[in-house]
Design a protein around this ligand. Structure first.
Ligand SMILES: NC(=O)c1ccc[n+]([C@@H]2O[C@H](COP(=O)([O-])OP(=O)(O)OC[C@H]3O[C@@H](n4cnc5c(N)ncnc54)[C@H](O)[C@@H]3O)[C@@H](O)[C@H]2O)c1
Length: 400
């Protein structure tokens, strides 16, 4: 986070916030990213945690992330009770949830009910009804809630959003998104990968559709974030491209946005040769923007009838929303970890505003929140319903 434009509420607070982590033990995929991102800008200090579903390992693992034995807990309930018994100025103020998908709902709910701010990984929960409940609790308690759709933390994605919002592209007409991974191109249902993937291969734990929960929600959020418009309707084809597979590894989606834009979205975890590339392309009446994760420090801008431009992270002429999300000069790559750190910084700003009464810096307010989580789940359920109905156009947002 740029030091030249410090967030105002966090500046007024002028101390790191105390964070408890749930999940993220040794060997977990996203845990180390969360924990290093949380402390990158000294907005948080990790003081407590539950690092495994296994009580014994949870206690042992605490030491590996520097927790004192007294604050490595064997369960979420024990952490919430133990922390509540500590002096106010010492106990955790927020929790970070980085557990398997089926744990998110209960972990978030327990923390919110204990009066704690929450940052949670995606998908927020595993059903629309759970998501609606979390929306109700967050909006009633007014606690801060951040959902780590981390691609919205990239400076050049924030630049794209600001350019669309400014009207530079004119009316948005076509939105293309894709998220291609290759990790499941080979059978993973048996063999050495099975143990590593464990909960992901169990629909009771990963959700109704692995590919949609894992990466479909990311593509959906990225497209909505950049365009500032929600997906209204979908026509989808969801299934498996690997023969014999019984879980979804592919979704092809036609979508219509609330602003009238059309387009499509393809997500798959079984594209042989693909790494981890999420891409968004937006065509308006006056030009085109394109960003992809393979080249995340750059944004391609093609104004209608003019030369194509490549905007780089660190350029002096970027929108302040992009500048404040960058730490080092152009030519020194920033990436995945920093994108999470930008969401943690915005989360800290939201908490600091609540503690100090100082208004949050306006540019910090665009990070994904609990309603984005609900819309993501509504999107997943609409896509699956459409696919079951042979691709029938299906509304994403139905009244509660
Ligand atoms: N934003 C992203 O780009 C991104 C990337 C990968 C994963 N994720 C999400 O992060 C979450 C975790 O995914 P992962 O790939 O790191 O999983 P993982 O299986 O690698 O790690 C999960 C961790 O949670 C711990 N855990 C499980 N149950 C627990 C419990 N009851 N209490 C405490 N700890 C518990 C496990 O011991 C492990 O350390 C998922 O929701 C996933 O969708 C997000």
């Amino acid at each position: 986070m740029s030091t030249s434009t410090p967030p105002s509420a966090w500046n007024a607070l002028s101390r790191p916030l105390r964070l408890g982590v749930i999940g993220g033990g040794p060997g977990s995929f996203i845990g180390p990213i969360h924990m290093s991102a949380a402390v990158l800008d000294r907005r948080f200090v990790i003081v407590a945690g539950v690092l495994s579903s296994d009580a014994g390992r949870a206690l042992t693992y605490g030491a590996t992330v520097g927790l004192p034995a007294s604050r490595a807990y064997a369960s979420v309930d024990l952490m919430l009770a133990g922390e509540a018994a500590r002096p106010l100025e010492d106990r955790i103020e927020a929790v970070a949830v980085m557990t398997p998908n089926d744990r998110h709902y209960q972990d978030c709910l327990s923390a919110l009910q204990a009066g704690l701010h929450v940052i949670c990984d995606k998908p927020m929960v595993n059903s629309v009804s759970q998501a609606r409940h979390l929306v109700e609790v967050v909006e009633r308690t007014q606690l801060a809630f951040c959902l780590t759709h981390n691609y919205s933390g990239y400076p050049m994605v924030r630049q794209a959003r600001a350019m669309v919002e400014s009207g530079l592209l004119g009316d948005i007409r076509i939105v293309q998104a894709e998220y291609f991974q290759g990790g499941m191109a080979l059978p993973v249902e048996s063999g050495e990968l099975t143990a590593k993937l464990r909960w992901k291969l169990d629909p009771e734990r990963s959700g109704a559709s692995l590919v949609m929960g894992d990466i479909g929600t990311h593509a959906h959020h990225l497209a909505s974030y950049v365009t500032g418009s929600r997906v209204a309707r979908v026509s989808a084809d969801v299934g498996a491209v690997v023969p014999g597979r019984i879980f979804d590894d592919y979704a092809g989606i036609l979508w219509r946005f609330e602003n009238g834009a059309r387009g499509s979205c393809v997500v798959t975890q079984a594209a042989a040769g693909a790494e981890n590339n999420i891409r968004v392309r937006v065509h308006g009446a006056k030009g085109m923007l394109e960003w992809q994760h393979r080249d995340p420090n750059y944004l391609h801008y093609a104004p209608l009838g003019e030369s194509v431009q490549t905007l780089g992270r660190g350029d002096a002429r970027l929108h302040p929303a992009a500048q404040r999300a960058s730490r080092i000069a152009r030519g020194h790559p920033e990436g995945f970890r920093e994108s999470f750190a930008n969401l943690y910084a915005d989360f800290a700003e939201a908490i600091a505003a609540r503690i100090t009464g100082v208004a949050a810096e306006p540019l910090s307010s665009g990070s994904p929140g609990v309603r984005d989580g609900l819309w993501g789940l509504e999107f997943v359920e609409a896509v699956l319903a459409s696919s079951r109905a042979g691709g029938a156009w299906t509304d994403c947002h139905t009244p509660a």
